[in-house]
Design a protein around this ligand. Structure first.
Ligand SMILES: NC(=O)c1ccc[n+]([C@@H]2O[C@H](COP(=O)([O-])OP(=O)(O)OC[C@H]3O[C@@H](n4cnc5c(N)ncnc54)[C@H](O)[C@@H]3O)[C@@H](O)[C@H]2O)c1
Length: 391
């Protein structure tokens, strides 16, 4: 018998919005999830109008408060099973807290919140209620990211010495915020974006990539937050020099003024035995460099265990229920993998078998907390002549 379809409610995502669209495609990817309701805009009248104009039928609500209250009056099966929050950063905490308190699992965009106190509060509620919570660090959903994690965490590169985690863009090299680009307007506003612009927007992805793949944590850092575009109140260029908890060093850096770079998120991990290189703009592969050997390029779907470098490879990395290799996977597939894992946890939560999430499949609320603590440390260091700040 086919499974009941899991219902998703949207907070944010009205006309002209960006990230809601990759998400809603990913939600519908497998036929086991669907978007059924939404509060799409801060103005109730606009929110209802945009819901009426949506490309498929939706229960529109004037606000997320109304959506959560009204949906909870419906029986399971009819109401939303989880909420997806795709609003600017300052509107993550409110709907996330309200949904958690109502017992609704939350899939929330990054950065988790604009303050550490808010992030920690969400973490406490998640633990008290043992309820699924995902922070949308998209790139963890690539097969290649998961394979990188397997390689590094099983020690195939030896002890890790140095990591370069970067996310480089060029779209804010000019005053994009003055050209009617809504995504730029709120990203350069401290009230809506938080204490770091570029660092919060994309530096947190670079940090998450480092932590997820290596399992290492930043213990202390020096931060350099720069605004190259005149008049900008938040950084558009963000650099941290970090110490990791195994003694390794790392750069976690991001830029939005590097003309020519699009979504150049990458990770290079240097260990005592070899180097791993990964770039999200070519997300189907990863490269391993070993001393005195030709480069090894591993492609999704083309892995042979025990090939002279790899040992055994978990079945979950060998048997991906997606398309054969050579038919490219990308951004939407990564999001779909995260929603697929989250759906499993939502179903477990509803049938009483949910055991909590260890962060192996998607970023948890505590990963979100680390992201905000990292931004706080970077800002503190930047404001104090770049001194070392402990995390
Ligand atoms: N994971 C990723 O790869 C990724 C990529 C882009 C953006 N993001 C994150 O997603 C979030 C949204 O970014 P975006 O670029 O899509 O922004 P956007 O400006 O395109 O869309 C934001 C939407 O939220 C709506 N909104 C604002 N306040 C609201 C409220 N109170 N109630 C209901 N709706 C409200 C706006 O009307 C708009 O529809 C941000 O937190 C951003 O950091 C993540």
């Amino acid at each position: 018998m086919s499974k009941r379809i899991v219902n998703v409610g949207l907070v944010g995502g009205g006309a002209g919005a960006f990230i809601v669209h990759p998400h809603q495609k990913a939600i519908h990817f497998d036929g086991t999830r669907r978007v059924t309701c939404a509060a799409l805009h801060p103005d109730p009248a606009v929110a209802l109008e945009e819901a009426r104009n949506w490309t498929y039928p939706l229960r529109g609500y004037g606000s997320y408060e109304e959506m959560i209250a009204e949906e909870m009056k419906k029986p399971i099966g009819e109401r939303m099973d989880y909420v997806l929050i795709v609003t600017p950063n300052h509107v993550h905490y409110g709907p996330a807290k309200m949904a958690l308190e109502a017992g609704i699992p939350v899939f929330c965009e990054k950065p988790l919140t604009v303050t550490l106190e808010e992030a920690q509060d969400l973490s406490c509620i998640v633990k008290e209620k043992n309820i699924p919570f995902c922070v949308a660090h998209t790139y963890l959903g690539h097969w290649s990211t998961r394979m990188c994690r397997h390689i590094v965490r099983t020690g195939l590169l030896g002890k890790i010495r140095w990591v370069d985690a970067y996310y480089i863009q060029g779209w804010l090299a000019g005053r994009t915020e003055d050209k009617g680009v809504v995504q730029a307007e709120w990203r350069v506003d401290p009230k809506r974006a938080g204490i770091s612009g570029c660092g919060g927007d994309i530096g947190t992805h670079a940090l998450m990539q480092l932590r997820y793949v290596t399992g290492l944590e930043v213990t202390r850092l020096q931060g350099f937050l720069e605004a190259f575009v005149e008049g900008r109140r938040l950084d558009d260029h963000f650099t941290t020099y970090c110490e990791l908890n195994n003694g390794a060093k790392a750069l976690v850096r991001a830029s939005q003024i590097s003309i020519g770079h699009k979504n150049d998120l990458g990770l290079e991990v240097n260990g005592e035995k070899g180097t791993l290189r990964w770039r999200q703009e070519e997300p189907e592969k990863l490269v391993i460099n070993l001393p005195g050997q030709p480069d090894r390029v591993y492609w999704r779907g083309e892995i042979q265990p025990n090939d002279g470098f790899l040992g055994d490879v978990p079945a979950s990395l060998l048997q991906e229920p997606t398309i054969p290799s050579g038919h490219s996977e990308g951004f939407h597939d990564a999001f779909a993998r995260l929603h697929r894992f989250f759906e499993e946890d939502v179903r477990a939560y509803q049938n009483g078998s949910y055991k909590g999430e260890d962060g192996a499949r998607y970023a948890t609320v505590d990963d979100g907390v680390v992201g905000i603590a990292f931004l706080n440390a970077a800002v503190e260091s930047n404001q104090s002549d770049h001194k070392w700040v402990s995390m």
